[in-house]
Design a protein around this ligand. Structure first.
Ligand code: ARG
Length: 288
């Protein structure tokens, strides 16, 4: 209820802001005039996208939280999609794809690192522009944000100690304790399938792995690529061959900002089509 009211208020504010801003970004100007406009900032938080290639096409006005900036809400503890680099910055597949998208839109990428459970609310409440965090598309999340097309597949897998008696997904039902990350699909599926009593939830994957090594949980359910990274970095663990759930990653954007959603989606589509996304993935994930 509170959230709904806040959204309503935000919507009303946006409307009144637009009303008094006298924005010229509504793309009614003739194409010739627009062709000369390059990533021109028209008002607070509104950046004109690069001039359209063809006459007659409309210049989309992109409104972001901060003028000239694309704020990416993520949880940078999810290698190889997002993690903190040796020099304290951010790196990973999502960070690089988002940088390319920002470049296309004439914006500068800023990474907002937070708990995974906050990435969607950060976008909903207008603190960040995009949620990009190895974020799985689910029906429930679609109620809260719009998603772009998918740019990667995620698979929920099971990590166990090398000598574990858990051999398949079915063995998780044998009164086991499963470690998951807060607010993730791994958490949702496991609590649905095995009950809350059999789940221990951790702030991030690394903490769940520590608990597994310390014998506090019998298995960890997490996305396959981070799973590989964690198993490579920790001795005595393995990933079970059986896949638990296959899912799609996409970028979440506020339902109140269809202009940004379309612009980001178009940029992503181009980056997929011209092979940029694959190049970035190949940098971080070596084919088996
Ligand atoms: N794919 C899972 C989900 O969307 C886990 C994502 C966790 N991402 C992260 N950056 N910690 O629920």
């Amino acid at each position: 209820m509170k959230k709904y009211f806040a959204m309503l208020l935000a919507g009303m504010m946006a409307v009144s802001l637009a009303a008094c801003g006298g924005s010229s970004s509504a793309s009614t100007a003739p194409a010739e005039t627009e062709a000369e406009t390059e990533a021109e900032v028209t008002e607070e938080g509104t950046t004109e996208a690069e001039a359209p290639a063809e006459a007659g096409e409309e210049t989309a006005a992109i409104t972001t939280v901060e003028e000239g900036v694309l704020h990416m809400a993520t949880n940078a503890a999810f290698p190889p999609y997002e993690m903190i680099s040796d020099d304290g910055g951010f790196e990973g597949i999502d960070v690089e794809i988002a940088t390319e998208i920002a470049n296309k839109l004439g914006l500068e990428l800023v990474v907002d690192d937070m708990e995974f459970g906050s990435v969607i609310t950060s976008v909903q409440s207008g603190k960040s522009d995009i949620a990009m965090a190895g974020l799985t598309v689910t029906e429930e999340r679609k109620q809260n944000v719009d998603f772009t097309e998918s740019y990667a597949t995620g698979i929920q897998v099971i990590i166990v100690p090398e000598d574990s008696d858990i051999l398949t997904v079915d063995d998780l039902a044998n009164d086991k304790m499963i470690g998951v990350q807060d607010g993730t699909t791994g958490y949702i599926y496991c609590s649905d399938d095995y009950g809350e009593d059999h789940i221990t939830s951790y702030t991030n994957g690394a903490m769940a792995i520590e608990a597994l090594k310390g014998g506090k949980v019998d298995a960890v359910v997490i996305d396959n690529e981070p799973a590989k990274a964690f198993v490579a970095a920790n001795e005595g663990l393995k990933i079970l061959d059986t896949e638990y759930i296959v899912e799609n990653y996409a970028i979440g954007i506020s339902k109140d900002n269809s202009g940004l959603r379309d612009a980001v989606n178009n940029a992503l589509t181009e980056l997929i089509a011209d092979g940029t996304v694959q190049q970035i993935v190949d940098k971080y994930i070596t084919a088996e």
